[in-house]
Design a protein around this ligand. Structure first.
Ligand code: NAP
Length: 245
């Protein structure tokens, strides 16, 4: 990849960690961010370096502008300007509308939607100068179909889809491609915390009949990051075992 730099937000765990690993395997120098768990992030950096690329981790709360601007400056100093941005960091604070607090609404919006706005804005100038860039937003199938008990989360992920399409139109003339990936049920810490009966009920709605591993999402992200997908922009690609056909 001739020193191309990829940034994966929330790359310390789950899907983001695996995306970082697959991109490092493809030869990108990879920056990951974490929010709380430094030890884990450092472990991931070592794992990425095994692929023979440069890797670094940065602590940043992606919902805070100053931290994001500082993050991009640090990455540019240490690895170079970002060519592939994967907006992966995300949180859930599930509840039915009646029980959902304003804080639960705001924090999910701030991380999942505002975070992607801040990182995209911070890397866009560098990509525009190079007249090339790939932005991949990790949305969710519930951003397309909705889900009871996830009003905040599904709204943030639907917002991310609107943002993806707008940025694809706005940045296309500068050679920047922007796409979204909408996973269904992927085995990570985020889904491990669900009750067994909830998981069983979800499985009944998945025609392929199984939950996916992070790697399936990572392979799709790697394709969208590569030149092989250069004629694709503004798309939302569902990877959900047929959950939303
Ligand atoms: P996860 O295992 O809970 O990992 C979340 C990652 O985001 C962690 O690295 C975490 O860092 C980071 N993070 C959280 N808040 C942050 C903040 N304010 N600033 C910066 N980083 C922050 O989640 P996952 O299951 O891998 O999900 C990854 C993405 O896929 C999310 O956007 C999620 O909505 C989406 N998704 C997941 C599924 C699924 O079934 N798992 C399905 C559809 C979509 P720390 O560990 O340091 O806190």
């Amino acid at each position: 990849m001739n020193g191309k730099v990829a940034l994966v937000t929330g790359g310390s765990r789950g899907i983001g960690r695996n995306i970082a690993k697959v991109l490092a395997g493809e030869g990108y120098n990879v920056a990951i961010t974490y929010n709380s768990n430094e030890e884990l992030a450092k472990e991931v950096v070592k794992e990425l370096e095994h692929s023979g690329v440069k890797a670094a981790c940065f602590k940043a709360n992606i919902s805070i502008k100053d931290q994001v601007d500082n993050l991009i400056r640090e990455i540019e100093k240490e690895l170079g300007s970002v060519c592939v941005l994967v907006n992966n960091a995300g949180i859930t604070k599930d509840n039915l509308l009646i029980r959902m607090s304003e804080d639960d609404w705001d924090s999910v919006m701030d991380v999942n939607l505002k975070g992607a706005f801040l990182t995209t804005k911070a890397v866009a100038r560098g990509m525009m100068k190079k007249r090339y860039g790939k932005i991949i937003n990790i949305s969710s199938v519930v951003g397309v179909m909705g889900n009871a008990g996830q009003g905040n989360y599904s709204a943030s992920k639907a917002g991310l889809i609107g943002f993806t399409k707008s940025m694809a139109r706005e940045l296309a003339s500068r050679g920047i491609r922007v796409n979204a990936v909408a996973p269904g049920f992927i085995r990570t810490d985020m889904t491990d915390s669900l009750k067994e009966e909830v998981k069983e009920a979800m499985l009944l709605n998945i025609p392929l009949g199984y939950f996916a591993e992070s790697e399936e999402v990572s392979n799709l992200v790697a394709f969208l990051a590569s030149e092989k997908s250069d004629y694709i922009t503004g798309q939302v690609i569902q990877i959900d075992g047929g959950m939303n056909i």
